[in-house]
Design a protein around this ligand. Structure first.
Ligand code: GLN
Length: 288
């Protein structure tokens, strides 16, 4: 049997030769060896046991040749330090969305630290946003909607696995929460323009219903923003993830519906405009 070092080198090259990320191979090796990065480094000169080596090679081929996302092979993705079960029925949680969660948590700490608050997650998919907010903030009680029954069963499975005060409701966008109101609303709706050509790892395996948002990707924001005033408490925070080119259209849409709010645009770690926040809370250091 080859050493871990040789296995890594050969398969990372195989990935590169087929336009895939070498980091995906490393993650598969960690998964199939059952080691963490530190252990892998310490064991680079060790040989990999036959059985796990074969499983690893099968998975590498599924990814490199058949474009299967590694998360579908491993059946999980980490989000905010927790492992979420995923399959082809839900969007695989992304690191940009972790940044959205992180910013929402900071806003909650700043604006709503002393009260119990109701949070709504629209289009919850795997449940990653709603469950993370409920698990990270003691004062949060969340409701999460999704139109896909299959997605909701994954979200419920994640709740069983991780805990978190979240109620899941099936239905389109805000329809299932008709009559309820919230302090914080978050959403990472499908926002890819219908005609955009996707990498086959994404386009051939993740659910189109979780990816595409109409001609220019803005359809869901339009419906959500229109209905938001019906579900917001007097003082509120709304948080959206969006594609980098959509910020200015979204701001226009928001300004049409909301007067006297602050619209805060934030960049992701790559310096791209990827998140918008709407609030009528005063910043902490502002005089009232
Ligand atoms: N809210 C989920 C996530 O951010 C699902 C989003 C979606 O399906 N568009 O991963």
């Amino acid at each position: 049997m080859p050493t871990y070092q040789k296995i890594l080198r050969v398969n990372e090259q195989y990935a590169l030769d087929n336009d895939k990320e070498p980091s995906a191979v490393k993650r598969l090796l960690l998964h199939y060896s059952g080691m963490n990065s530190t252990q892998l480094v310490a064991n680079l000169q060790t040989t990999m046991p036959n059985k796990s080596y074969r499983s690893f090679l099968r998975a590498v081929d599924q990814h490199v040749i058949h474009n299967k996302p590694i998360q579908h092979l491993m059946e999980y993705e980490y989000f905010f330090g927790r492992s979420f079960y995923v399959n082809g029925d839900v969007l695989i949680p992304r690191s940009e969305t972790e940044e959205l969660a992180e910013n929402v948590i900071s806003f909650i700490d700043e604006y709503f630290a002393d009260s119990r608050i109701n949070v709504l997650d629209i289009g919850t998919g795997s449940g990653c946003l709603a469950l993370t907010l409920a698990l990270e903030c003691d004062n949060v009680k969340a409701v999460a909607t999704d139109i896909s029954e299959q997605a909701l069963s994954i979200a419920r499975k994640n709740k069983e696995r991780l805990g978190g005060d979240v109620k899941f409701k099936e239905g389109n966008l805000l329809v299932p929460v008709n009559g309820q109101t919230f302090d914080v609303v978050v959403s990472n709706p499908p926002y890819i323009p219908n005609t955009e050509k996707l990498d086959p790892v994404v386009g051939d395996h993740e659910p189109p219903i979780a990816l595409f948002g109409g001609k220019n990707g803005l359809d869901y924001y339009k419906d959500i923003i229109r209905d938001l005033p019906n579900v917001l408490n007097d003082e509120f925070l709304v948080a959206f993830e969006h594609a980098s080119h959509q910020g200015k259209h979204l701001k226009k849409m928001i300004k049409k519906t909301f007067k006297n709010v602050r619209i805060i645009q934030m960049k992701d770690m790559q310096g791209k405009d990827r998140m918008l926040f709407i609030t009528n809370k005063k910043p902490e250091n502002a005089s009232s």
